[in-house]
Design a protein around this ligand. Structure first.
Ligand SMILES: *Cc1c(COP(=O)(O)O)cnc(C)c1O
Length: 396
């Protein structure tokens, strides 16, 4: 019997993909195994993060990396790194930034709820450009000169929320930033797959990149990655790790933190609440290696297969079903299920309230469509999902 049922909670069928609110990705067996075994022994956390840094460097081509408690924590730690570097007084002062540069430029069209994580470290966001296309008031996206015009003595960095269609292209923003001596932090939390993003954003010169560990990577839900230049990763690590030691005794892994660059040991920093456990780190590294080794076209074929099966189980039902096949081998195939005469919002609500509760993608409800994302669906879910869709779509 499900351990959740034993405790009185009913597990859901997640047909909406890597959604944080729904508990993230179920962990594959080998990831769980690493988690359980790693939890059974003690190892110093700074050494665990040193190991993580070496693995992340090998997998991503970055100079260094850190396992965090999620991409949002990576954004806070990355921001703290740009604000304070290895300056002990600034590390102590955060999130208060009086007396040093603390403005982060961000395109107005990229503002989103996750930028709270950047502001949490003490940064002040300075918006550039407009959102004229969404406003229906113009045809242009953000332009490079708008970033350039906003750079001033208080600018500490640039925040970019990654999207392959972002304008100006990431490479141009990085080029400008580096010409003006500024670092770039990229929020790429949900930008895996495609796997190439693990290397590509770093290769473009991004100083720090944040990824989620609990989305498509299928690591522990409460994990993330921060990868990038060694100096920034060292600062982020210093501001996260527990530092209750004597400086004379403290020997962090040299490839994570160069002790010689410090004139003392800071107290616990702004990221101390983002403690990552050793078993979370090892499970995420295991998940990362698995993700990189999986054959993307095979994986995509299996997902398409699930959707085809579901499609035939729904034959004859009112409303249209349309398979959305991505143009590239790592894109996610989706099934759009029209709810016919019944309002999609009603069907969506009824599915959530049924037994077992079923959660489908709800981004197209206003078009009368529920979206099935196969990322976390298993073959055993399909008959139940099909039966419940029939019951609810046909309900008068
Ligand atoms: C999911 C997401 C985050 C947060 O990631 P966590 O790993 O849940 O902390 C941040 N930014 C974007 C754009 C996201 O999609």
């Amino acid at each position: 019997m499900s351990v959740w049922r034993q405790w009185g909670l009913e597990p859901i069928i997640n047909g909406s993909g890597a959604v944080t609110r729904l508990g993230g990705a179920p962990m594959p067996a080998e990831v769980l195994e690493a988690y359980v075994q790693a939890a059974a022994e003690s190892v110093p956390l700074d050494q665990v993060q040193g190991l993580a840094s070496r693995v992340l460097a090998e997998v991503t081509g970055a100079e260094a990396g850190l396992v965090t408690t999620g991409a949002a924590a990576s954004l806070t730690l990355g921001t703290a790194a740009f604000l304070a570097g290895l300056n002990l007084a600034r590390i102590e002062q955060l999130p208060f930034t009086a007396g040093f540069p603390h403005e982060f430029l961000v395109a107005r069209e990229q503002r989103n709820g996750y930028d709270h994580a950047v502001r949490a470290a003490g940064a002040r966001l300075v918006e550039v450009g407009f959102n004229e296309i969404v406003a229906g008031a113009g045809v242009r996206r953000t332009e490079l000169w708008e970033y350039e015009a906003a750079i001033g003595p208080n600018t500490a960095g640039i925040l970019v929320v990654h999207d392959p269609h972002a304008r100006p292209p990431l490479a141009e923003v990085i080029g400008l930033a580096h010409a003006r001596g500024l670092p770039v932090l990229v929020d790429a939390a949900g930008e895996l797959p495609p796997r190439e993003n693990l290397r590509r954003l770093i290769a473009l010169g991004a100083d720090l990149v944040a990824f989620s560990g609990g989305k498509a990577l299928c690591g522990p839900q409460g994990t993330g990655l921060l990868i990038g230049k060694r100096e920034w990763i060292a600062s982020a690590a210093l501001q996260m790790l527990d530092l209750d030691d004597h400086f004379e005794l403290w020997e962090p892994p040299a490839d994570l933190i160069d002790r010689n660059r410090l004139r003392g040991l800071p107290r616990h920093g702004i990221g101390r609440g983002f403690k990552v456990s050793k078993e979370q780190v090892l499970a995420l590294l295991t998940a990362l290696r698995r993700f990189v080794a999986l054959d993307a076209p095979t994986e995509q074929r299996q997902r398409l297969d699930l959707l085809h099966q579901l499609q035939s189980l729904l034959d004859g039902l009112p409303g249209e079903r349309r398979l959305q096949i991505p143009g590239d081998t790592e894109g996610m195939p989706l099934l759009h299920v029209g709810t016919g005469p019944r309002a999609a919002l009603e069907v969506c609500r009824a599915l959530r309230k049924g037994s077992p509760p079923i959660y489908l993608g709800h981004g197209l409800l206003d078009q009368g469509i529920l979206v099935v994302n196969p990322l976390h669906l298993q073959a055993a879910h399909l008959p139940i999902l099909a039966r419940r869709l029939r019951e609810e779509i046909q309900a008068a």
